[in-house]
Design a protein around this ligand. Structure first.
Ligand code: ADP
Length: 342
């Protein structure tokens, strides 16, 4: 049973005074997130990601369709029951949303108080959380005295205080520099692995998905246009928007304009050799070229590593007698995908 299940969910907002039609923010979305997943949801601004988050954490209701969170259908629940559902969901935000007038300790104590956890249990829980996020020495600091990365670690500790089974991270690293982003993502990975917390990662940055997500869904105009394991989507994206996202982090195939530049420098035959995880070692491809007396120069692309699995697109300028090139390409076709553009 998935921990989050959306079935044909639509969310429509009433028309703005200036607009003539209602705005469809989420359009017939079905999605299953399994216990223990790190599920990335990526899309450009306005794609519907934040609306999706507000639906999952029961801050808004659907216009149509059903949402089941932790085994409970949200539609029709009363406010008191919705609050119970929300207690099982932690949230972290781009701007951290900490109380600036409370210490780190006070910020983490807040959800415990709201959830009615007896005061004598606070000390142990907060101390555990502070150690987990590496801020044991900052208990009495105020948010303004902390760096962005430290603030987000407090955000994570606060979100975990009541031991939720789901953590929603809404652009949680978008305000952080790359180094701090890496630290916060590594912490989220530990949250997932050590506590089994299911994480839903909302982002517009493919790097975030690439580094820790197991699965990814790509949103555009309120719909999920592509989804799958991170490796599959990154190694063979189908939709244009997905290809654009993937191209931000993957060394891929040259586009038309890039190809024209390569062509002007390399008048001979140009091929792209694509291979996926375990299908072949590159050296066997190069050996085959050697065996047929073909020269080659790597002119575009490279090898990508997604969480320990590799795939690559190598664009090569080949030199040699045309029949030998054909024979070499035929020899490698069983193990790699060969694309030749004129
Ligand atoms: P994202 O998080 O991917 O940037 P959002 O979920 O914020 O996208 O927005 C999706 C669409 O829904 C946008 O066109 C946005 O203007 C609209 N929208 C979001 N919230 C509201 C609201 N409360 N009222 C009206 N329109 C909204």
């Amino acid at each position: 049973m998935p921990v989050v299940q959306l079935s044909n969910v639509t969310k429509t907002y009433p028309p703005r005074p200036s607009g003539e039609r209602p705005l469809v923010a989420i359009d017939d979305v079905s999605l299953e997130i399994e216990q223990g997943d790190i599920y990335g949801i990526i899309g450009y601004s306005g794609a519907g990601k934040s609306t999706l988050v507000r639906l999952i954490n029961a801050l808004e209701s659907t216009s149509d369709g059903s949402i089941i969170v932790g085994g409970r259908e949200l539609t029709g629940l009363r406010e008191r029951q919705l609050r119970e559902v929300r207690l099982g969901i932690g949230m972290i935000f781009q701007q951290f949303n900490l109380f600036t007038s409370r210490t780190v300790w006070g910020n983490i104590a807040y959800p415990l108080r709201v959830a009615g956890v007896p005061k004598e249990q606070h000390q142990k829980r907060i101390s555990e959380l502070l150690h987990f996020v590496g801020l044991a020495d900052k208990a009495h600091s105020y948010p303004d005295q902390l760096s962005g990365g430290q603030k987000q670690r407090v955000g994570i500790a606060r979100a975990l205080a009541t031991s939720p089974s789901i953590l929603l991270a809404d652009e949680a690293t978008s305000a952080l520099d790359p180094e701090t982003t890496r630290e916060v993502l590594a912490l989220l990975k530990r949250v997932n692995e050590e506590f089994g917390v299911t994480i839903v990662l909302i982002t517009h940055e493919m790097e975030v998905i690439k580094s820790i997500a197991h699965k990814v869904a790509v949103m555009e105009a309120g719909r999920i246009i592509e989804r799958g394991s991170v490796f599959d989507v990154f190694s063979s994206p189908r939709e244009r928007a997905t290809q654009r996202f993937v191209s931000t982090v993957v060394k891929a195939v040259p586009d038309d304009a890039e190809f024209q530049v390569l062509r002007s420098k390399h008048p001979g035959r140009i091929v792209t050799v694509s291979f996926s995880d375990g299908s072949v070692s590159q050296s066997s491809v190069f050996l085959e070229f050697g065996r047929h007396g073909i020269g080659f120069e790597l002119i575009y692309g490279g090898i990508n590593d997604i969480q320990g699995r590799t795939f690559g697109h190598l664009t090569l300028a080949l030199t040699g007698e045309s029949g030998s090139v054909d024979a070499a390409l035929d020899a490698i076709r069983p193990v790699v995908t060969v694309t030749e553009v004129d």
